[in-house]
Design a protein. Structure first.
Length: 371
């Protein structure tokens, strides 16, 4: 607990420093990196309070953070020692900490309009092709931060820019985009790195919840240090959490079909089953590739969403997810976009108003040099 003479940490300064802890590093394994990052985080917050505009100082939950860090580090140590099953069971211990579980539930109203992107060298003309990878092509599902090889999921973003960054800034002519609408608000587990919070009384609740799970969020938000590596240790914790969610959704579905099964649950299994029983659709997390401040002076939302399929089939798409979303046919980069104005819009588009000319203008700002 913070003492009476605690230093006051400015809100913006603190949240940026948390994000900086997730940047690239030289460590070659996850355990060593997380142990260093957690130490730096604890050094930052020890005997401090957080000052947020118009709110009384907020105390850091040091004891809960340390319990959380201990569980995560033990799970990582087991995983990197080849004790994968033991590692999963260790990580599930997080849900025994009620404050952690409560903090993971997104409480703010969620928008229902999202975007879906795909990169393709061949034309994509149907909305179906913009949905999750069909089951007959699940061999194409590769490993990623919140992706397990071979298991299809639906990935959404709140802005097209974020989707483009997630594809590694792929050539624009290979990108296709669809707008996705969720008729019902999604229930998501919140693993975002936060910079902003609600105004007014709600802010204190949001900040308090965020502070309770920062160690877990950091463990899920580490920027990849070796992008070309086959094995990216930064994906260990996010993939384990996705696996737990998928496992619990499947278990809950089976329990619904077998209501006469009266086997007693342990307290731990009850906590974990909240993933399914609370009706969660997926996980919301922060892109580690997109830059929120890329569009200065205003920032842009870089949230990503992963929604696992509910029921596996041999071909086609998940019936439950297909019934839960609507989406447009894909829109692709086309020559007509080259004619669009870079500065406003008019009916008579001239070359001087095109993106081609914009590039020419930019080239005139670059110094000429001899070979």
């Amino acid at each position: 607990m913070a003492n009476q003479s605690a230093n006051i940490i400015n809100s913006s300064e603190f949240f940026y420093k948390v994000e900086e802890l997730c940047q690239n590093s030289s460590e070659t394994n996850l355990y060593t990196r997380l142990r260093r990052v957690f130490k730096e985080y604890n050094d930052l917050i020890r005997d401090c309070q957080l000052q947020y505009p118009n709110l009384s100082p907020i105390t850091f939950p040091l004891e809960i953070n340390i319990r959380q860090e201990t569980i995560i580090l033990k799970a990582v140590m087991d995983y990197e020692s080849g004790k994968v099953e033991q590692s999963y069971e260790e990580l599930k211990g997080l849900w025994d900490i009620q404050e952690v579980w409560d903090a993971l539930k997104i409480k703010e109203p969620q928008k229902r309009t999202f975007y879906r992107a795909r990169e393709s060298s061949k034309p994509i003309g149907t909305k179906e092709a913009m949905f999750h990878v069909p089951f007959e092509l699940r061999y194409r599902v590769a490993t990623a931060r919140f992706s397990m090889p071979g298991y299809p999921c639906l990935y959404l973003t709140k802005h097209i820019y974020t989707a483009w960054e997630e594809y590694g800034r792929a050539p624009i002519e290979r990108m296709y985009y669809s707008r996705v609408f969720a008729p019902k608000a999604l229930k998501l587990i919140d693993l975002r790195l936060r910079r902003t919070f609600s105004n007014g009384k709600e802010a204190k609740t949001e900040i308090s919840s965020y502070l309770h799970v920062i160690p877990l969020i950091i463990a899920c938000s580490l920027r990849v240090s070796q992008p070309d590596a086959q094995y990216k240790y930064e994906y260990i914790i996010p993939q384990m959490l996705l696996h737990i969610l998928i496992e619990e959704i499947s278990k809950h579905a089976n329990d619904g079909q077998n209501k006469n099964n009266n086997l007693a649950e342990s307290e731990s299994s009850k906590a974990v089953s909240c993933f399914a029983k609370d009706g969660f659709d997926g996980i919301m997390y922060s892109s580690t590739k997109a830059d929120p401040l890329y569009w200065k002076p205003t920032s842009v939302n870089t949230d990503c969403i992963v929604i696992p399929v509910r029921k596996i089939s041999n071909i086609g798409y998940c019936e439950q997810l297909a019934a839960g979303f609507q989406l447009t046919k894909p829109l692709a980069f086309d020559y007509k976009w080259l004619k669009k104005m870079s500065r406003g819009t008019t009916k008579n588009e001239t070359y001087s108003q095109s993106y081609f000319h914009l590039i020419e203008d930019e080239l005139h700002n670059i110094n000429l040099e001899k070979i």
